[in-house]
Design a protein around this ligand. Structure first.
Ligand code: GDP
Length: 467
């Protein structure tokens, strides 16, 4: 397959740390490391045994210079991450040390690995399928406990198992139909339609569950896009700061996967909230905000949101602006929590009944204060209830990782529906096999079978270095 190069990469991060790991994979991995390694008595040592740790030094033998004290772990093929010969060099975790050892290994003939190339080799060499490979990256990027659980189950093969089961059923049907058509004297399709219909119905039902779960999976993994809206000075920045102080802020300035720039992510009871920046929300603290949130801007933010937190000021009656924002929320039919803020001032002139009536669906209204934190518990509880990941049976449910898998699954469903229509319209049996075959291919694609090299390259290019 033309990937016999021996590849090398730093597998740990390039910030000072206790330990750093350099990973080498390929036919020359063991020879290369043997050629730059000496044991503690400075004798050359070759690595013979798999799964053994060798203690010694990395040595630039041309300059007769010891570089670092290391432990090398040898994993001989096929029992390694890539199924090739792999050596992991554990050195001290300093960027300079790591770089020097990397260069030494490169100088001995290894090529610097592309992002994701180790995992790509594990896939191309057949140790894992594409859905498992994709889960590796998901595990690394997991932002909360639920996301980690979902991705880990996927690495263990829950998607693969389920889809392989569907594929097997479909393949059996194709084989049976074709055999009957080939040999009508001895085999008959009498009564098979009903059987096939049941089989296809069952698979479609299961696929529907997977499709329904997709959105939950996305919310779990990518986080709940949350927008805080309200008139100027209702307390939006104060709320954001309160949440950032109280909850575990994970990242700042993470570019959203798609269009929006997500400024802050926080973990709240295992749910990741990506707070979408709204106009003025990130103005410097203490500086009065003059920027109005234009309705147009709010509109586009609400569109992107999975959750809207609408803030009102308890001390002033509902204004036209408030009503306009409420209209916006409900026109989008989004999950919405209304916070009546500044409740600590002891004056609440908001008519809750009127407020609730302005919405044509149930909303949660909470008396709130960013000053005294009144209502914070309730806000957290409400968010938890709206996104009930806690009730999900992670061991048995399947969450697709991405749009690629999702669209393949939807295609498979479409083809299976075509099989059902064919059965109903009483066309000849050989028509069934065409759609069955299409469904088979779409399911295979989720697992990386029958996907083009371009797709594979694209997937692995998004991985981090050394993985
Ligand atoms: P934003 O324009 O919506 O981002 O509003 P800010 O968060 O900047 O708050 C505007 C003003 O209201 C600031 O002076 C805050 O200190 C004050 N404020 C915010 N939340 C509360 C609250 O719960 N109680 C009281 N008393 N004042 C608040």
């Amino acid at each position: 397959m033309g990937h016999e190069d021996t590849i090398v990469a730093i597998a740990t991060s390039m910030t000072p740390a206790g330990i750093g790991i350099i990973r080498v994979s390929g036919d020359d991995a063991i020879d290369i490391i043997s050629s730059i390694f000496v044991d503690k008595n400075k004798n050359e040592k070759s690595f013979t045994e798999s799964y053994k740790a060798y203690h010694g030094y990395i040595c630039d033998k041309e300059k007769n210079e010891l570089i670092d004290e290391v432990i090398c772990i040898v994993m001989r093929k096929p029992h390694s991450y890539t199924t090739e010969d792999v050596v992991e060099v554990q050195c001290h975790g300093g960027p300079l040390v790591l770089k020097k050892i990397l260069q030494l290994i490169e100088g001995r003939g290894a090529r610097i690995a592309e992002p994701g190339e180790f995992t790509k080799r594990a896939f191309l060499n057949g140790r894992i399928d594409l859905s498992m490979a994709e889960s590796v990256s998901d595990i690394i990027m997991s932002k909360n406990d639920y996301a980690l659980k979902v991705s880990f189950e996927q690495l263990r093969g829950n998607i693969s198992e389920k889809l392989n089961h569907f594929r097997k059923e479909i393949l059996e049907s194709i084989a049976f139909i074709e055999a009957c058509l080939d040999d009508p004297e001895h085999m008959s399709l009498d009564g098979y339609k009903e059987k096939l219909k049941n089989k296809v119905d069952n698979i479609i039902n299961e696929i529907d569950k997977i499709i329904e779960n997709y959105d939950n999976g996305r919310l779990i993994k990518e986080g709940v896009n949350t927008v805080i809206i309200g008139r100027p000075n209702v307390g939006k920045s104060s709320l954001l700061n309160l949440l950032l102080d109280e909850e575990r802020a994970i990242v700042t300035d993470v570019a959203g996967t798609t269009r929006d720039i997500i400024k802050e992510s926080i973990n709240l009871r295992g749910i990741t909230l990506n707070i979408i920046d709204t106009a003025g929300i990130r103005e410097e603290k203490g500086i009065d905000k003059v920027e109005e949130i234009g309705i147009e801007k709010a509109k586009s933010e609400i569109k992107k949101a999975d959750l809207i937190i609408l803030m009102l000021d308890a001390t002033t009656p509902l204004s036209k602006d408030d009503e306009a924002l409420i209209k916006l929320c409900q026109s989008q039919n989004k999950k919405c929590i209304v916070l009546i803020n500044k409740i600590d001032l002891g004056k609440n002139v908001i008519d809750k009944e009127k407020l609730k009536n302005l919405f044509n669906y149930d909303i949660i209204v909470i008396d709130f204060s960013t000053k005294t934190k009144e209502g914070l518990e309730k806000l957290e509880e409400s968010i938890e209830k709206l996104f009930v990941f806690g009730d999900i049976d992670f061991n048995n449910e399947i969450f697709l990782s991405n749009e690629r898998q999702f669209s393949s699954i939807k295609k498979a469903k479409k083809s299976l529906q075509n099989v059902l229509s064919a059965i109903e319209s009483k066309v000849s049996e050989d028509f069934y096999t065409i759609d069955l075959n299409d469904a088979y291919i779409s399911l295979s694609q989720v697992l990386g079978i029958e996907v083009t090299d371009d797709v594979i390259d694209e997937i692995f290019s998004k991985f981090c270095m050394g993985k």
